[in-house]
Design a binder for this molecule. Structure first.
Ligand SMILES: [Zn+2]
Ligand SMILES: [Zn+2]
Ligand SMILES: [Zn+2]
Length: 508
């Protein structure tokens, strides 16, 4: 019989917490879990105990029990539920408004059509299909401009000071005051400056309406704009810009409106409900750099939406009179922007392209906002063009979670299905320190890529590898951790190819 020695404390006083200890809010816990997973995709495969230890390690001032931790991450959908994999999917609730697709088809090159076969159809609605053979590297199509140019919200401050183009956000340090004056690139009524005659031409009508025309309207727009800026409500601000453009652009109004109205849509309220964590560091809309609300304060999204909606209606009073524009309509627009936007803009044809974790196309957006789409691998006639909505370097769980939260579907692409069936129990650092396995710990994959020059950044995006570069040069994204960690050095498959600007460090 074995005897177990147990030490009991005779002291009745409850253990006092060390100084500076904080009890984290659920939001903080979820955010840090998601943040860890973003930094180290492999950590998403950690068993709960190890995950708990990592989080405690990262936040030594936190006081949270294992049970509470587990309860919190379960409640926020951060644990993948094997039994109901499609829970919280909202793809069936996405509406696909009618659209005269023939208008956007290019004879002999590609066409937009309904996804026909049942498997395909699964929540996908429509897709873009190749009509001819494309070689790797071939340009498939280009969109000269987004439907509406949306000035980057984070640059509003610089714009108001005339430090960057008030339409496209391009920095103006290269342009001399003399050049600006000679070319009439400045606004007569305020400090705004455009980078080119073209930008000024495209923007001057909207600019003068929103900022100058009549005092009352101007004040409304300023209030709305400032509110969105304060709450980091990119989608709200962008929808405002789109409505203003449709309202003012007499020449192209119908075409812009038709394009905008043909986009897939879903209410932001539905999206928020399936969010796995809050926006700060969370998955919802963070992957695209377009956060919907800033939950920094206690007001929550509902109150932000209501306030924004009120200011929006004051800016566009005719909307309410003619069409009975409700808060729900506004939220439909917010959701629509978020599921369709690409780097803060909406490109019409591109918005019809569906997702796959192993895409066959890649895109580039140049400094004039022209979007070009290229074949990443050979594409056969009849094949669907597929892009990736999420960072392909991430592990299957994070990819699926990001897709589920932001676009409402459970990705069942070959890569996801494959990755999910190859369950690998990765030992946490302490677990792995067994006798024969002392030197092995979790490999941290840190990837630093050269910054793109015209890319907009949000704080979350700075941590991401440059997707353009990756999609162009990466042969495949097979960075899944090999199943035998004991010989990780010899057998690691680093099949993503990088160019010389990329450092790829494996810390052990
Ligand atoms: Zn410009
Ligand atoms: Zn002005
Ligand atoms: Zn997938």
């Amino acid at each position: 019989m074995t005897l177990k020695i147990k030490t009991l404390s005779l002291n009745d006083t409850p253990p006092t917490l060390p100084p500076n200890t904080v009890i984290p809010r659920s939001q903080q816990v979820c955010d840090d879990v998601v943040r860890l997973w973003k930094e180290e995709p492999a950590a998403e495969d950690l068993p709960i105990d190890s995950l708990y230890r990592r989080i405690i390690d990262r936040n030594q001032e936190w006081s949270i029990s294992r049970e509470h931790f587990l309860e919190v991450i379960k409640r926020h959908n951060l644990v993948y539920d094997e039994n109901s994999p499609s829970s919280r999917c909202y793809d069936k609730m996405i509406e696909f408004p009618p659209c005269d697709v023939k208008q956007w088809n290019k004879e002999g090159m590609y066409e937009i059509r309904d996804c026909q076969d049942a498997q395909d159809k699964n929540g996908k609605g429509r897709g873009v299909y190749a009509l001819k053979h494309f070689k790797k590297g071939d340009m498939i199509f280009e969109e000269k401009l987004p439907i509406v140019i949306i000035p980057p919200m984070e640059k509003l401050e610089l714009m108001s000071k005339g430090k960057c183009c008030t339409l496209c956000g391009k920095s103006l340090y290269e342009l001399s005051t003399h050049y600006i004056m000679m070319n009439g690139l400045d606004c007569n009524d305020c400090t705004a400056v455009w980078c080119s005659k073209n930008c000024k031409k495209m923007d001057s009508c909207r600019h003068s309406f929103l900022k100058h025309v009549n005092l009352k309207k101007r004040n409304h727009w300023y209030k709305f704009e400032n509110f969105c800026k304060e709450k980091n409500f990119v989608a709200g601000y962008s929808v405002g810009i789109i409505y203003a453009t449709i309202l003012l652009n007499k020449k192209n109004r119908d075409s812009i409106k038709t394009k905008y109205e043909s986009l897939a849509q879903v209410s932001q309220r539905i999206r928020i409900e399936s969010s796995d964590s809050t926006n700060i560091g969370g998955t919802l809309d963070a992957s695209s750099g377009a956060q919907s609300t800033n939950n920094d304060d206690d007001s929550g999204p509902e109150s932000v939406w209501e306030q924004a909606y009120k200011l929006f209606k004051e800016t566009f009073p005719t909307l309410n009179a003619d069409e009975g524009f409700s808060l729900d309509d506004f939220l439909l627009d917010i959701g629509k922007f978020n599921i369709n936007q690409l780097e803060g803009q909406i490109y019409h044809l591109y918005s019809f392209i569906n997702h796959n974790c192993e895409p066959n196309i890649r895109y580039e957006i140049d400094s004039k906002l022209c979007l070009r789409v290229f074949a990443r691998k050979p594409i056969q006639p009849g094949e669907e063009l597929l892009t990736t909505y999420v960072n392909p370097l991430h592990g299957v769980k994070l990819r699926r979670r990001a897709l589920k939260v932001n676009w409402g579907f459970l990705c069942q692409c070959a890569r996801c299905e494959n990755g999910n069936s190859q369950k690998i129990g990765i030992p946490s650092p302490p677990d792995s320190l067994t006798k024969d396995n002392v030197s092995i710990s979790i490999p941290k994959l840190k990837i630093t890529l050269q910054e793109g020059s015209n890319r907009r950044k949000s704080s979350m995006r700075d941590k991401r590898p440059d997707l353009t570069e990756l999609l162009k040069n990466g042969k495949e994204f097979d960075l899944e951790i090999p199943d035998n960690l004991g010989s990780v050095r010899a057998r690691r498959r680093t099949s993503v190819r990088f160019d010389e600007n990329v450092s790829f460090a494996i810390e052990e």
